[in-house]
Design a protein around this ligand. Structure first.
Ligand code: SF4
Length: 257
């Protein structure tokens, strides 16, 4: 696996994303390691060695100047290519950058200047949703997708493996306070747990009925996971879950990948 090493690598792609179309990725994390507040069993970046909820400013996060330079270089490289989404993603949780709010303002202005038809998207693991500066940063992002693989606390600990201070209910309550909500839900199976069982689907749907999301994206493991025995669910099972979501959440756009 390679991590970003200079301003040329902050922006990656464009790539054709199953869920976002033509996407130009933005990787804001320290150059040397995956940096995340989760250690998901299915993570395609491997195990989280730096598992933290802290935005540690002593780490080598890219600066605003590097980000702006990197963006301008990328614009020269891609010319007139159509970009549907400018996407905060990368090897960890983007909102852990100590100046995430400042970056969102910068990217918002650069998007307006260079790519006015593109949407700005954030893929977040939701753990920072209650931090005031992160909530403010959402004003400069068109679509925030919150990870919510389960609403069962025990399963949450087994799948997402966060530090103990992160509480699932506080995440759900924090997300609930926004008007517009989008979610990503990943289904998986392993020897000891399975978040696609009927009882867990019922729990999720019941929570989503209260949250009233605009959109939910359902998907499964597609790349090599951090924990080898983790497997994707069967296509037939995914289709059955999709149908159940569609019939129970009629005001929400349900997409399956
Ligand atoms: S939140 Fe994303 S980057 Fe972090 S461990 Fe989970 S899948 Fe990997």
């Amino acid at each position: 696996m390679s991590f970003n090493t200079n301003e040329n690598d902050i922006f990656f792609g464009p790539v054709t994303s199953r869920r976002l179309g033509t996407s130009l990725g933005i990787d804001l994390l320290p150059y040397s390691d995956k940096y995340c507040s989760m250690n998901c069993v299915y993570c395609e970046c491997g195990v989280t060695k730096t598992l933290t909820t802290i935005s540690d400013s002593s780490k080598a996060f890219p600066t605003l100047v590097q980000i702006e330079n990197g963006f301008r270089l990328k614009m020269k490289e891609i010319g007139n290519s159509k970009i549907e989404s400018l996407t905060y993603a990368g090897h960890g949780e983007p909102t852990l950058h100590p100046n995430f709010l400042g970056i969102t303002k910068l990217i918002y202005n650069l998007r307006n200047e260079f790519l006015p038809k593109s949407k700005i998207t954030l893929l977040t693991n939701s753990t920072t949703v209650n931090e005031p500066k992160i909530r403010e940063s959402y004003k400069f992002i068109d679509k925030v997708y919150f990870k919510l693989d389960t609403v069962n606390e025990e399963l949450f600990r087994k799948i997402n493996r966060t530090p103990q201070e992160i509480k699932l209910q506080e995440i759900v309550d924090g997300i609930n306070s926004f008007d517009e909500k989008r979610f990503q839900v990943l289904f998986l199976q392993s020897k000891n747990f399975d978040n696609s069982l009927d009882k867990h689907i019922e729990e999720l749907i019941s929570t989503f009925k209260k949250l009233k999301p605009t959109e939910i994206q359902l998907y499964s493991v597609a790349r090599f996971p951090a924990v080898e025995e983790v497997k994707p669910i069967l296509k037939e099972r995914m289709e059955a879950i999709h149908q159940k979501f569609v019939s129970e959440l009629q005001d929400t756009e349900i997409l399956v990948f």
